[in-house]
Design a protein around this ligand. Sequence first.
Ligand SMILES: [Fe+2]
Ligand SMILES: [Fe+2]
Length: 194
Amino acid sequence: MSTGFNRNDIISYLREHVSETRFQHCLGVEEIGLQLAPRFNLPQELIPPAALLHDLCREYDPELLLKLAGNFGIVIDDIEKAEPLLLHGAVAAATVRKELGIEHPEILEAITFHITGAPNIAALAKLIFIADFIEPGRTYIVSRQLREEAFRIEPESLLLKVYNHTLMFVLNQGYLFHPRTVAGRNELIMKGIR
Ligand SMILES: [Fe+2]
Ligand SMILES: [Fe+2]
């Protein structure tokens, strides 16, 4: 299926809306996403719009995220109310839908859930959740290790590792667990993924 969008248009749009550091991070997510796409049986063309735009609203302050989420009619749960940064995915998805006319449900899902992961998500959302954690610009030791393992282990085992490390990170930082992250991990364990 064509996404109907030209990568150059997305790049120019992104450049206008995020810092250079964030822009480079998005390119990194795209790069590793394209490399991992065949392991997830995903067509290459779905990767750039999802990867490049996932952090479009990452630099918005909490008040703006809450306001925009309200304007877009996004349902805000208690955890998101307490940590509005968690809304930068949902707000980005609503923004690219409105501003760029991107309607592809899997692209919008991947952008929405890239922060927490979630159960019952399509392969593209799994891939972007992973790619965000292991992109080449991530120097965190665990990211480096997973980047090396990424092409050797089963995609769902890789996904489980990203859930585990995300939860450990959240725990160590003293942040709130989002129930979607726990549910996404539980789903894999219940399926027998190790
Ligand atoms: Fe993000
Ligand atoms: Fe990101």
